[in-house]
Design a protein around this ligand. Structure first.
Ligand code: 5GP
Length: 190
C-alpha cells in the first residue's frame, strides 16, 4: 500500500535494526485519514472472506480494527485485554503472549460472551514481528471454537518469523507494508 509506505518513509523512526517507531500516525498520535485507507485496503484484501468479528489486542490495534470494521458490514470489534480487572467477566479465554517490544510475557483475555463458535474472525494488528501476538489471538479464537478468517497486519517486518509461524497453521496473512531491512535510519521495503 503505497500511501502507507510513503508515510513510513517520511515519519517512521528506526530505533534499532528491529524496532520501528510510528507513533506520529499509528501508535500514539493517530492519522485517521490514513487509517481509513488502511480499513478499505483490509476489506479489499479479504473481500472473499465472510467476517463478522474483528479481533485485536489493546491498545494500538483498537483504532485499526474500529476503522476497518466500518467496511465489514455488520461486524463487531473485540479487543483482547492485557490487564485483569474487576470489570472483566470471570468466564474468559486467556492465553499467554510474549511481547517483542517489552521483552516479557503477559496474559491476554477475552470474555467468552464476545466470541463464540459461529464467529468468523479476522485478526488485525499494527505490527507483525515474531507472531506471538497474532498466535495468541488465534489461540483464543480456537478456544472459542470459532473460525479464523485470516490475519491482517498494517506493518510486517519480513525479516522476522511471524508470517512463517502463522502460515504453518494454514492461516492467510495479509500485510499492507512489508519491511525487508532497517538500517542507518532507513527502511527498505520488500
Ligand atoms: P510479535 O508478537 O509479532 O512478535 O510482535 C507484534 C507486537 O509487538 C505488535 O502488537 C506491536 O505492538 C509490537 N511490535 C513488534 N515490533 C514492533 C516495532 O518494530 N514497532 C512497534 N511500534 N511495535 C512493534
Amino acid at each position: 500500500m503505497q500511501l502507507l509506505k510513503d508515510k513510513i518513509r517520511n515519519e517512521g523512526r528506526v530505533k534499532s535494526e528491529t524496532i520501528l517507531k510510528v507513533d506520529s500516525f499509528l501508535n500514539h498520535q493517530i492519522d485517521v485519514e490514513l487509517l481509513n485507507e488502511i480499513g478499505k485496503e483490509f476489506k479489499e484484501r479479504f473481500r472473499d472472506k465472510e467476517v463478522n468479528k474483528l479481533l485485536t489486542i489493546e491498545a494500538s490495534g483498537i483504532a485499526v480494527a474500529s476503522i476497518t470494521a466500518q467496511y465489514f458490514e455488520n461486524s463487531k470489534v473485540v479487543f483482547a485485554k492485557k490487564t485483569e480487572s474487576l470489570n472483566l467477566d470471570n468466564d474468559i479465554y486467556k492465553t499467554e503472549v510474549y511481547s517483542f517490544t517489552k521483552n516479557k510475557a503477559y496474559n491476554v483475555m477475552v470474555s467468552k460472551r464476545f466470541i463464540n463458535k459461529e464467529d468468523k474472525v479476522l485478526i488485525l494488528d499494527d505490527f507483525l514481528a515474531n507472531g506471538c501476538a497474532a498466535l495468541g489471538l488465534i489461540d483464543i479464537v480456537k478456544q472459542a471454537g470459532a473460525e479464523v478468517a485470516g490475519v491482517g497486519i498494517v506493518i510486517e517486518k519480513g525479516f522476522q518469523q511471524g508470517r512463517a509461524e502463522i502460515e504453518k497453521l494454514g492461516i492467510r496473512v495479509e500485510s499492507l507494508a512489508t519491511i525487508d531491512k532497517m538500517e542507518n535510519n532507513k527502511v527498505r521495503f520488500k
